[in-house]
Design a protein around this ligand. Structure first.
Ligand SMILES: [Zn+2]
Length: 345
């Protein structure tokens, strides 16, 4: 089993020391990797830049021109919580390019699975708008690359970041080739991701949103994956599974209201790893999204890489959380009755 990681020191130039989404996030991951000793067991691949055609498959040209010029003129605040610097265009296109390179590596057989450890994150960026710390939608560029350049017909994106991946949903909402599944806290930023948002046109049924009450922990998430996400992806029969790997659902996260542990997150990754083995020769690609408690972030990435290597992630270095009696039963029951990918089984 060959697991690739893709990261680059140039991501650090996109940073704001007063912002939670800053260079220290990837530095914490690198530190955790060093301490874990895992670096020698994974294949380190160099990212490349996503080219204009790859970006334009997802974002409109005017948007790309505007963001590039904004960065070239020194950057600044794009909205209340999204910033850019003079180095952000380079970082953002290198982040998307890392995800593209991971697709190429996985589909060419260079590796079995991969983790793109990138910044800025991507899943809130819509086809024409930067928001939620995101400039370019990295995972959407990667999924389009798998479809356009490798001729895949069906891919699945699973988003376990604590926030709804509104940008990814926006980009693929009418697309019958990409299944987008998201678990997220609700009501919470960015306010989208209602369970009734299921896609439109050719994409009807290819969006599965599982909004969850605050405080859901390992058991609740595992239940949602077992009863909703896994059956839906299985029914979709993807040729590759991509994961918007955000770790802000961890109980220590300063932004997220959930109670996942490192072990709980690793279990979710394990389910997706097993499913990829069952459905698509193990082709599984994780792309980093959120995660703002540096210790939890590093630990979650190390545990995910252990899973990708086919190993047991071992004891939880931080510990488990008691979920405050939050139940996911009603969320599950209503989706099982109404969602096209689940109701007709
Ligand atoms: Zn997030």
């Amino acid at each position: 089993m060959t697991t690739a990681i893709l990261t680059d020191p140039r991501y650090a130039a996109h940073t704001d020391p007063f912002h939670v989404e800053r260079a220290e996030r990837l530095q914490a991951i690198e530190q955790a990797l060093r301490v874990s000793g895992l670096s020698k067991d994974v294949l380190a691949l160099a990212p490349r830049f996503a080219n204009r055609a790859e970006l334009a498959a997802v974002h409109n040209q005017t948007y790309l021109d505007t963001i590039q010029r904004f960065c070239e003129h020194g950057g600044g605040q794009i909205d209340l919580d999204t910033y850019a610097t003079d180095a952000s265009w380079e970082a953002a296109t290198l982040a998307a390019g890392a995800a593209v390179r991971a697709v190429e590596s996985t589909l060419s057989g260079e590796c079995n699975n991969a983790f793109a450890l990138v910044r800025p994150p991507g899943h809130h960026a819509t086809h024409n708008r930067a928001m939620g710390f995101c400039l370019i939608n990295n995972i959407a560029v990667a999924a389009h690359h798998a479809l356009n350049q490798f001729g895949l017909e069906r891919v699945a994106i699973v988003d376990y970041d604590v926030h709804h991946g509104n940008g990814t949903q926006d980009i693929f909402y009418r697309d019958g080739n990409v299944l987008f599944c998201s678990t997220h806290a609700a009501p919470f930023y960015p306010g989208t991701g209602d369970s009734r948002e299921i896609g439109s046109g050719d994409g009807i049924g290819a969006t599965l949103n599982v909004p969850l009450p605050f405080g859901v922990g390992d058991q609740g998430y595992a239940q949602v994956f077992t009863e909703l996400i896994i059956p839906a992806v299985r029914r979709w029969k993807p040729q590759m599974i991509l994961v918007s790997a955000g770790y802000d659902g961890h109980g220590n996260d300063p932004l997220g209201p959930m109670a996942l542990s490192v072990t709980g997150y690793a279990q979710l990754t394990r389910m997706l790893y097993d499913l990829a083995g069952e459905l698509c020769d193990g082709r599984l690609l994780l792309v980093l999204e959120g995660g703002y408690d540096l210790k939890a972030l590093g630990a979650c990435v190390v545990a995910a890489l252990q899973v990708l290597l086919g190993r047991d992630p071992g004891p939880d270095p931080i510990g488990r959380y008691d979920s405050p009696g939050t139940t996911v039963r009603s969320s599950i029951a209503s989706l099982q009755q109404r969602h096209p990918l689940l109701a007709e089984q």
